[in-house]
Design a protein around this ligand. Structure first.
Ligand SMILES: *Cc1c(COP(=O)(O)O)cnc(C)c1O
Length: 464
């Protein structure tokens, strides 16, 4: 008689979930009508590095949820930390001269694990909000420094910085720009360091320098006195796991210093161990002024984001700035901070990031590189525990398939049906698995990827 228990799948069929899903739930980045015809896959449980759907299929999660479940699913310590904090203090804000232990402790721990220039953190609820915060911090910093003309932020084509209007303006995704119609003024984009797609006949190192020089050209064109900051992901994630040549970031750093421009590293994916260092910037050899983060900070168990603010910025904005008129109801949410603390404790105690650097990362690199031998694969690249393969119609000429073939989605669907989550970005297949993957999981991931490449080739009538 009473109201059905909302989360129980017991007496609901997959079809039933799908029907209600379509009737009521508008998904992010989804063609609602198209999904309605197909029906969404209903994920009901997860454990370790596997998710489970409502049909009882067990699927290896090659994407760690959405780049975030770095510790894998079902970690008791995170669940306990949340439960304890819920009981003690489930919520309080820090707007009106109040604070609470979880946010203080997390900010202090972030000081310990982040590069030396950072001592302060501003908390947000997500990566998008972190990047909105970045824009305000940058403006405020230059205003307070008496350089009020320094307003333009330079970003890159095919960058992803989130989905709010400010964050999608920073991003370089054409589709998002077209649909929004409203974009923030004062943001300029330069071409990305995408060697496979744009490198032509240059060596990787030459190409890296050439793409970094685009920043210098843009600054000179705008006038350095008008440029506030440059923002980039150490490794582009949503754009297709684009790993810049080794020459790229050091040259970007040099240019930012020469022209007195702030350097922002969007660490939302690359933070908290993804590349085998606490932060991707360390691996790239750069010293950013601002580092937005989110995703892996809680292994996705609860939403949390923030911005690490270098002391030279914090001193000006906080010490001289009076009230910084910005913040969110959930800034420093105590339960999210408690989960982040537990997450970071495990990353430290179990030396998971060192393992990515010294063991699972190198093993993954070697196994993943083997996919380049497949006839559909034009390149297999990886760094830490992210990887991409480029699907091509002709291996040597890097010729792409025609757009209407939709080879990426085809391959992605074969993966899902065969027990692997691998994402398609156009015709680039990407993975970003939990950092706790054992060698056997990496073997399973690569073997399944190969099988699904075979199935894709077979479907297209391509002989091996
Ligand atoms: C996911 C992502 C964001 C946005 O984070 P949300 O929590 O989805 O708002 C920002 N930057 C990068 C690099 C991301 O991958």
């Amino acid at each position: 008689m009473g109201v059905a228990e909302p989360h129980k799948t017991g007496n609901e069929t997959t079809r039933g979930w799908q029907d209600r899903d379509h009737r009521h739930y508008l998904h992010p980045f989804t063609d609602h009508r198209g999904l309605g015809r197909k029906g969404a896959r209903v994920i009901t449980a997860a454990e370790g590095v596997y998710i489970q759907d409502s049909e009882g299929n067990r699927i290896l999660d090659g994407m760690a949820g959405l780049w975030c479940v770095n510790l894998g699913y079902g970690r008791r310590e995170l669940i306990d930390a949340a439960t304890r904090q819920m009981q003690e203090l489930p919520y309080y804000n820090s707007f009106f001269q109040t604070t609470h232990p979880p946010a203080i402790e997390l900010a202090a721990v972030l000081d310990e694990i982040s590069p030396a220039q950072f001592r302060h953190t501003f908390f947000t609820g997500s990566g998008s909000e972190a990047n909105d915060t970045v824009i305000k911090l940058v403006r405020r910093y230059w205003d307070l420094s008496g350089k009020t003309d320094k307003q333009v932020i330079i970003a890159r084509n095919n960058a992803y910085h989130g989905s709010t209007i400010a964050a999608s303006s920073l991003g370089g995704m054409d589709e998002m720009h077209k649909q929004t119609g409203i974009l923030l003024p004062g943001i300029e984009h330069i071409e990305q360091p995408y060697y496979f797609g744009l490198g032509g006949d240059l060596t990787e190192d030459e190409f890296g320098l050439q793409q970094a020089c685009l920043l210098e050209e843009k600054i000179l064109q705008l006038g350095a006195e008008n440029v506030a900051a440059f923002i980039g992901e150490p490794v582009q994630g949503a754009g297709g796991v684009i790993i810049p040549p080794a020459t790229y970031w050091p040259e970007i750093q040099r240019i930012c210093r020469q022209y007195n421009i702030l350097l922002i590293a969007d660490e939302v994916i690359t933070g908290f161990g993804r590349l085998g260092e606490w932060f991707g910037s360390t691996l790239m050899g750069i010293e950013p002024d601002l580092m937005p983060f989110a995703k892996g900070v809680t292994s996705g168990y609860l939403p949390l984001g923030g911005v690490l603010v270098a002391e030279r910025i914090a001193e000006v904005v906080i010490a001289r700035g009076g009230e910084f008129a910005h913040g969110y109801t959930y800034s420093g949410h105590p339960v999210a901070c408690a989960v982040a603390l537990a997450n970071i404790r495990i990353l430290r105690d179990e030396a998971i990031i060192e393992r990515v650097r010294d063991d699972s990362g190198p093993y993954f690199k070697q196994r993943w590189a083997g996919l380049a031998d497949h006839p559909l694969v034009g390149e297999a690249r990886s760094i830490g525990l992210v990887g991409a393969i480029e699907l091509v119609a002709a291996k040597t000429s890097r010729e792409r398939f025609a757009k209407d073939v939709g080879v990426g989605s085809l391959c992605r669907d074969f993966c899902f049906a065969n027990g692997l989550v691998m994402r398609a970005v156009g015709d680039t297949m990407i993975v970003s698995p939990p950092l706790v993957m054992a060698h056997a999981h990496i073997d399973e991931l690569v073997d399944k990827a190969w099988l699904c490449l075979d199935l894709t080739a077979e479907h297209l009538g391509i002989s091996k």
